[in-house]
Design a protein around this ligand. Structure first.
Ligand SMILES: [Zn+2]
Ligand SMILES: [Zn+2]
Length: 297
């Protein structure tokens, strides 16, 4: 029977999924991770919840101009996100929109609750909409790509589409982003079909989602210590490595000055361009061997 309510990951989570979330939050407690905002520019800050980043765009000194949330973290983090937003922008200042880089569970975990609380519109690439409106599920996580703990847990990660109904809208096709006037979105498929990155020309800031990461996501120790090392998209969830490689090239060509990725710390300047160059070389090799394995030519 069709449920008319918004369907979010934490409402539909299976016992296995609940167990996974428990493991993840235990890891967080044991490693004493604290969530706090790190400001990149006066109008852009990001925070890490356990292993995933989300961004707050908007100048707190001009809260009345509004602000935008980019990505919506892990399940069960809605309260924390609201609290951080209130501290930064003031009580009862709702965001103008939520922009999603893609629909994986660790980027949309709190979205259902946030929509209920804020009654705010959500924007994503049109190719991502089937996964956000309950029409299509992502393939399950593939643990064979890495022996790390987080990769091994990946079959338990929720891959079932959430259903945001008409609260989610496609991004304008001209590359503009609602409520983010100086930014544009860039289609970066590979990790998911409708994955996007967000770029601001004036200062070269790139919000890359999971197009690539600055921490080795599949390795639990690297994730926990957040050791900085530029890497491809989280492997256990990436479906097309040739496209993923093209997407990283597209982002490198923008010559970004600084990047905030979906996972890991920020990276800047010469280190960023050098590491991206290296990553493209690795991804090209990997994409070639993958397409051979899958018989794609
Ligand atoms: Zn992802
Ligand atoms: Zn992710």
């Amino acid at each position: 029977m069709k449920n008319n309510n918004l369907r979010g990951t934490n409402e539909t989570a299976s016992p296995a999924e609940h167990a996974t979330m428990k493991i993840l939050s235990t890891i967080q407690r044991l490693t004493n991770q604290r969530e706090s905002l790190e400001e990149i520019t006066p109008d852009l800050a990001y925070m890490t919840i356990l292993m995933v980043n989300l961004c707050f765009l908007g100048n707190p000194n001009r809260s009345s101009d509004g602000w935008v949330l980019i990505d919506a973290g892990l399940p069960d983090s809605a309260e924390l996100i609201q609290e951080i937003a209130e501290n930064r922008f003031g009580k009862n200042i709702k965001p103008k929109a939520i922009i999603l880089t893609h629909g994986h569970f660790d980027h949309v975990g709190a979205i259902t609750e946030l929509i209920k609380k804020w009654n705010v519109e959500v924007y994503a690439h049109e190719l991502e909409l089937p996964y956000l409106t309950g029409k299509k599920n992502y393939p399950p996580g593939n643990p064979s790509l890495d022996k790390g703990l987080l990769a091994q847990l990946s079959p338990l990660y929720p891959n079932e589409a959430i259903d945001l109904k008409d609260m989610v809208k496609p991004l304008p096709s001209d590359g503009s982003i609602p409520w983010m006037p100086n930014w544009r979105w860039i289609h970066t498929p590979g990790h998911t079909p409708g994955h996007i990155a967000l770029f601001r020309n004036s200062d070269g800031i790139l919000i890359a989602g999971d197009a690539f990461t600055t921490v080795r996501q599949e390795s639990a120790t690297a994730v926990l210590t957040q050791d900085k090392e530029i890497k491809g998209p989280p492997a256990y969830f990436t479906f097309d490595w040739t496209e993923a490689c093209q997407s990283v090239k597209k982002l490198k060509d923008l010559n970004p000055s600084i990047v905030i990725t979906g996972h890991g710390k920020i990276m800047k300047g010469a280190e960023l361009s050098r590491e991206l160059e290296k990553l493209i070389g690795q991804l090209e090799k990997y994409a070639k061997s993958e397409s051979k394995n899958n018989g794609i030519h």
